[in-house]
Design a protein around this ligand. Structure first.
Ligand SMILES: Nc1ncnc2c1ncn2[C@@H]1O[C@H](COP(=O)(O)OP(=O)(O)OP(=O)(O)O)[C@@H](O)[C@H]1O
Length: 209
């Protein structure tokens, strides 16, 4: 499924952050969002994921075709590693969690509660969650935070396998995952100028803090 984003304008806290964002992302490709801290990478990903409304423009892909890995890992602390994955697999109508456990090197941790994982292990589990969604378009916000070098390589391999299977990935990352299939989109030219968004948008944003 091709992702088409056209003249998208996004806001945070009622203030426009980016405008005119337009790109295409083909199956089998990755697009890396670049730009300094605060330029609006997270805001753009949240908007494309359908977690907040756009000020203008459109996204061609329905939210149910996308899997979003945010800063938080979204884990259930009292469930084990395997139970967490089984929960998410069930939500998405899938059964097999073994491949995800193997891909993110979680086999030896499968019976440990998520609460008792290290930060990097939690992140590995949070990313393994992507693999049990069966969704084509991955949206990744700084996916490699807390990961050591070996885990970054594992995750890079998981993304490559996803792309090879016809999926795509849109990601904000400062780390080079070594993806030959990746293009880069610099957000600097899309910085919004002036204009304050309506009150409704501001109130909506606050509800999501
Ligand atoms: N809760 C909030 N309320 C108001 N403004 C916010 C809020 N969170 C972030 N912002 C502002 O929105 C802008 C975009 O933030 P965003 O998190 O999308 O940037 P980013 O490019 O992802 O940054 P980073 O690289 O630091 O993660 C920033 O200028 C930031 O200060």
């Amino acid at each position: 499924m091709e992702v088409r984003v056209d003249t998208l304008a996004v806001a945070r806290g009622g203030i426009p952050v980016l405008e005119g964002v337009t790109f295409r992302l083909q199956p089998g490709r990755a697009l890396i969002l670049r730009g300094p801290n605060g330029v609006g990478k997270t805001t753009l990903l949240r908007t494309i994921a359908g977690l907040q409304p756009a000020l203008e423009g459109r996204v061609s892909v329905p939210p149910e075709s996308m899997a979003y890995a945010a800063h938080a890992d979204g884990l259930k602390a009292v469930l084990t590693v395997e139970e967490n994955l089984r929960f998410w697999a069930a939500v998405h109508g899938l059964r097999d969690v073994e491949a995800a456990l193997v891909a993110m090197d979680l086999l030896s941790l499968r019976d440990r509660r998520a609460a008792n994982l290290s930060a990097g292990q939690k992140r590995r589990l949070g990313l393994a969650r992507l693999l049990v969604t069966g969704r084509a378009v991955w949206l990744l916000d700084e996916p490699t935070v807390s990961l050591d070098v070996a885990s970054v390589a594992l995750f890079g391999a998981a993304v490559r396998a996803h792309l090879a299977g016809g999926g795509s990935a849109l990601m904000a990352t400062h780390i080079d995952l070594g993806l030959a299939e990746a293009d880069v989109l610099d957000l600097e030219p899309f910085r919004a100028r002036g204009r304050v968004a309506g009150g409704r948008m501001g109130a909506f944003d606050e509800a999501f803090q």
